[in-house]
Design a protein around this ligand. Structure first.
Ligand code: ATP
Ligand code: MG
Length: 467
């Protein structure tokens, strides 16, 4: 049997105590009984609101081979008579397993952090590196104190490339995570006013992102967005952290992975990039200027882990758009159709700009209009209203004629948008969905974007159900 972990290896890695009749091994690691697969080890993690120990029976029913539980819970769980590994603290045990996984792999490891574009870049790396070997990449946005060790613990031994997303909304979050990941390449996609509520300014955010360099392997590389206003600060931090190779990607002249030219089309882009003396031409299968930037980072990281650049460039052409991150739907309406751009996954000032640029760059048909459906950007603290109002600058000089808004902070934008635009504000996302369906006409291009917590994915669902 090809186990992900033998039980012996699990016990040794976590320094745990076996209890009951142990299986030979496990095929996966799970912390959630809803997604648990038969053969998994279930780690009973205690979260803020839930305690995994309460799901022990559900885990066994779902086919868990064994449970990893806290010492203190043994009196209550012992009567279940199922195989368990008992540890002082389950999350710490998962971190130890993560370290073991990292120690036993020979994979080239890439870490991706930044204020936007982490998942997009990580998924693009999964796609392009998949042409060259076996890839293990984080699921979804599993990028925090449990997501990163979980994804590491799931790392199969025979993987060639491993890509981990690392996120944060506070200082000192990335450091311990990247020390587990120990990347050969650490990417910072960009620094922007995300989670500004927890920081005093963008320099502080940049410094928190720069923690990612503190875990880079000897002879490893920092790959920094050279077009970001805080590129120098990040570069300095990378050198201070002892990173051997500090490289940039972007349009900036001093980028190692330098954009020479790009052409943005409705459904894809093409770019010419320079790497040393080489010129690489690539088609990028997902549209948007921000995707060109992400593609440069992908090209750079793939090059740094030794992948074949021509193969990578070719693979960029078949990138799939991710749900909620620029996926386009062409929907029949009356005699024609309209385009719905699903950007509903998340929003902050940087990604709002990316989304509005994408909307603006997507051509309408006939009499069609550009319609922006925007919801609040969360976690911006005292700056929230100001940052929402600033979106007006991005909207006014574009072809966007209709702006449908929801959420308390979007009121600040509604108040400053000029009167020649059709602007409507509603309190609830559901009202906005109805309004959108009354408004949309054949030929239109509609882009829907907001922070996750606002629930704009419901607008997408409602529209997709109707058309
Ligand atoms: P989270 O912190 O929620 O996990 P993330 O960093 O993983 O976010 P993605 O999910 O990749 O970010 O992308 C979210 C949105 O950010 C996309 O829908 C797009 O609008 C925008 N985006 C993606 N890449 C970039 C980029 N390079 N620059 C600016 N915006 C971007
Ligand atoms: Mg993400």
């Amino acid at each position: 049997m090809n186990w992900l972990w033998t039980t012996d290896a699990l016990i040794e890695a976590m320094n745990g105590r076996p209890f009951g009749q142990m299986p030979e091994g496990v095929q996966g690691i799970s912390i959630d009984t809803r997604t648990l697969q038969p053969g998994d080890a279930f780690f009973a993690i205690k979260g803020e609101t839930m305690d995994g120990h309460d799901f022990a029976t559900a885990a066994i029913k779902a086919g868990a081979h064994l449970l990893v539980v806290a010492e203190g819970k043994l009196p209550a769980l012992g009567r279940l008579r199922v195989p368990m590994i008992v540890v002082p603290d389950v999350l710490v045990a998962m971190e130890k397993l993560a370290e073991s996984a990292r120690a036993r792999t020979r994979a080239k490891v890439i870490a991706v952090t930044g204020s936007a574009g982490k998942t997009t870049t990580k998924e693009a790396l999964r796609h392009v590196l998949g042409m060259a070997g076996l890839v293990h990449a984080s699921d979804k946005s599993f990028n925090n104190h449990w997501g990163v060790p979980l994804m590491l613990a799931r790392l199969p031994q025979d993987t060639d490339y491993a890509v981990f997303e690392i996120g944060m909304n506070h200082p000192d979050e990335i450091r311990p995570l990247v020390k587990m990941v120990r990347p050969h390449v650490a990417i910072v996609t960009l620094v922007a006013a995300a989670h500004l509520g927890f920081f005093s300014d963008l320099d502080e955010i940049a410094a928190a992102k720069a923690e990612v360099f503190e875990g880079v392997e000897p002879d490893g590389a920092a790959l920094i967005n050279r077009d970001d206003p805080r590129a120098n600060l990040l570069g300095t931090r990378a050198r201070e952290a002892g990173v051997e190779h500090v490289l940039g990607f972007g349009e900036h002249q001093r980028s190692t992975y330098r954009l020479i030219n790009c052409v943005l089309n409705a459904d894809h882009s093409t770019m010419t990039a320079r790497i040393g003396r080489r010129e690489v031409v690539a088609r990028i299968g997902v549209p948007g200027r921000h995707m060109v930037q992400n593609a440069l980072a992908v090209l750079g990281a793939a090059d740094l882990v030794g992948a074949d650049i021509d193969q990578v460039a070719l693979a960029l052409g078949s990138l799939p758009a991710q749900q909620g991150r620029g996926r386009q739907h062409r929907l029949a309406h009356g005699d024609g159709s309209f385009t719905l751009i699903d950007e509903s996954y998340n929003a902050n000032p940087a990604s709002m700009k990316a989304g509005l640029d994408l909307l603006n760059a997507t051509p309408v048909e006939g009499e069609g209009r550009h319609i922006a459906v925007l919801g609040d950007m969360l976690e911006l603290g005292d700056h929230a209203d100001e940052l929402h109002a600033q979106l007006a600058e991005l909207i006014v000089d574009t072809g966007i004629s209709h702006v449908l808004l929801a959420g308390p902070h979007m009121k600040a934008l509604a108040e400053v948008l000029p009167s020649h635009l059709a602007v409507v504000h509603r309190d609830e996302a559901d009202d906005l969905a109805r309004l959108l369906m009354d408004t949309v006409q054949p030929g239109d291009v509609v882009m829907v974007k907001s922070s996750k917590g606002i629930g704009f994915s419901r607008i997408i669902e409602t529209v997709l159900e109707k058309y």
